[in-house]
Ligand binder design. Structure first.
Ligand code: CMC
Length: 435
């Protein structure tokens, strides 16, 4: 019997089954041979919310949640944040290796020259209601790009795929900035090709009547680092949405819109917006103990705390704290920081949070920084979506190139009725309570 295997005894039949173990994993399909009779469907694994199911092999992002490790393509996140620009990291995620000088120059040049939006896309954005949420505008506009680039549907041509990847990476900041300015009623600002990726984004956000926008270099670098930290995070909810929707071979604009929609939820990327709302609700340091008690009593969650994978600390939160200091050096300290620090201090000493291994995650401090930089809370998740688009696209390409992948289609355990006898409308009894 192979040593790298597991033997399962089916107590219903006394039959033994030996299943191979590869990379610490058994294949769920191997369970199907375990049957009580030839007509039996066979055993399935049941794993709501994918708590213990690997859905792919990947070489993009490695996380060891118990040791607080996050690496992109083998490089620790802290090293990349210290030494690289966001576009350099984007290249790494998309093309497996860090670029050499000339490769980076070419890559930056290509992204820079794809930042413009088609005027019809601008008009599309103008149609949104004045108070539309910027994330909803972004999701819809990303999807609308599928109407501008119909050739993107040919996802089997690698060169065509790469062109769409460049367009998406380049145009996300433009759409994000337009969504922001739309919500303020300001005219849209066109991209400036003299500027770096992040400086140009800041230009499209903040430029008013000055002939040339000059970003504060400390703020621009801090945002660049935040983009690096948010660029990918292996099989999270939105990456899974990208892979799942992409597995139907839809074009990358529609798949990215689906991933961005997944990101918008408050349990995922929308948490940063919720953190700031929560800090507002708490109001002052003195109210923190009462707020924590309320959470422990089962009323809501401490937003920006907890993670499915990290059970020690989120390595991104450490870098973010450092970036926060840089930003506050320029903008002045966000008064919410004191409440956040107190919340963290008390929570980390509290049995409820210790037992459940709940630590601050990336969203706990990012919102406070974004707010200090001048962003409205509704914009925070949009700031997350810009860099994460790179991760989604890397995951999408990996999925398409993986010969083991097929259209994603989970199974279910049927808990509904057996076949029911149809009753014509005239003979049906009304339910006691109208639904
Ligand atoms: N505050 C209070 N209790 C919590 C929290 C929290 N933030 N998070 C988890 N718990 C409790 C939860 O109630 C459960 O308790 P019990 O065992 O008594 O039922 C236990 O901890 C385990 O939690 P879980 O819900 O099974 O954990 P999960 O892996 O399914 O959820 C999570 C992970 C991130 C969705 C969750 O921790 C959460 O909702 N956090 C707040 C939202 C948030 O900050 N999201 C951002 C995540 S990081 C960035 C990103 O993904 O975009």
């Amino acid at each position: 019997m192979a040593q790298n295997s597991i033997t399962i005894t089916d107590n219903r039949t006394q039959q033994n089954y030996t299943l191979p173990i590869e990379d610490g994993t058994i294949r769920a399909m191997d369970l199907r041979q375990i049957k009580t009779s030839p007509e039996d469907f066979g055993i399935m694994s049941y794993d709501p919310a994918f708590m213990n199911t690997a859905s792919c092999r990947s070489t993009i992002t490695f996380i060891d949640g118990d040791r607080g490790i996050l690496r992109y393509r083998g490089y620790p996140i802290e090293v990349l944040a210290e030494h690289c620009s966001f576009l350099e990291v984007a290249y790494l995620l998309l093309f497996h290796d860090l670029p050499a000088k000339l490769e980076l120059k070419l890559w930056v040049d290509q992204i820079t020259h794809h930042t413009m939006l088609h005027e019809t896309t601008k008009k599309f954005m103008e149609g949104f209601r004045y108070n539309a949420h910027p994330m909803a505008m972004l999701v819809s506009t990303v999807a609308a790009l599928a109407t501008v680039y119909p050739e993107a549907r040919d996802i089997h041509d690698p060169a065509n795929r790469l062109l769409q990847v460049k367009r998406l990476v380049a145009k996300l900041p433009t759409m994000a900035a337009m969504a922001y300015r739309h919500s303020l009623g300001f005219p849209y600002v066109y991209p400036d090709n003299d500027l770096s990726y992040v400086e140009n984004f800041l230009n499209m956000l903040w430029k008013m009547v000055e002939p040339k926008y000059v970003a504060n270099p400390i703020l621009a670098r801090a945002l660049d680092i935040l983009f690096i930290l948010h660029a990918d995070h292996e099989q999270n909810c939105s990456a899974n949405a990208m892979r799942c929707v992409g597995s139907s071979h839809v074009d990358p604009y529609l798949a990215t819109a689906a991933a961005a929609a997944a990101l918008a939820g408050p349990l995922h990327g929308g948490a940063n917006e919720e953190v700031v709302k929560m800090l507002d609700e708490i109001g002052s340091k003195n109210n923190v103990p009462a707020y924590i008690k309320q959470i422990k009593d089962g009323h809501g969650k401490l937003m920006g705390f907890g993670h499915r994978i990290y059970k020690n600390y989120d390595p991104r939160a450490k870098v973010i704290k450092w970036a926060a200091e840089q930003v506050f050096g320029v903008t002045g300290r966000n008064p919410k920081l004191d409440i956040a620090l107190e919340l963290e201090r008390i929570a980390l000493e509290d049995d409820y949070f210790i037992k459940r291994k709940l630590y601050p995650n990336v969203d706990f401090y990012s919102g406070i920084i974004y707010q200090a930089m001048g962003f409205k809370p509704e914009m925070f998740t949009v700031l997350f979506a810009i860099p994460r688009t790179v991760g989604w696209l890397a995951q999408w390409q990996e999925m398409l190139n993986d010969p083991e992948q097929k259209i994603a289609r989970p199974r279910q355990i049927w808990t509904g009725h057996e076949v029911r006898e149809f009753v014509p409308l005239a003979k049906r009894n009304a339910l006691a309570v109208p639904r």
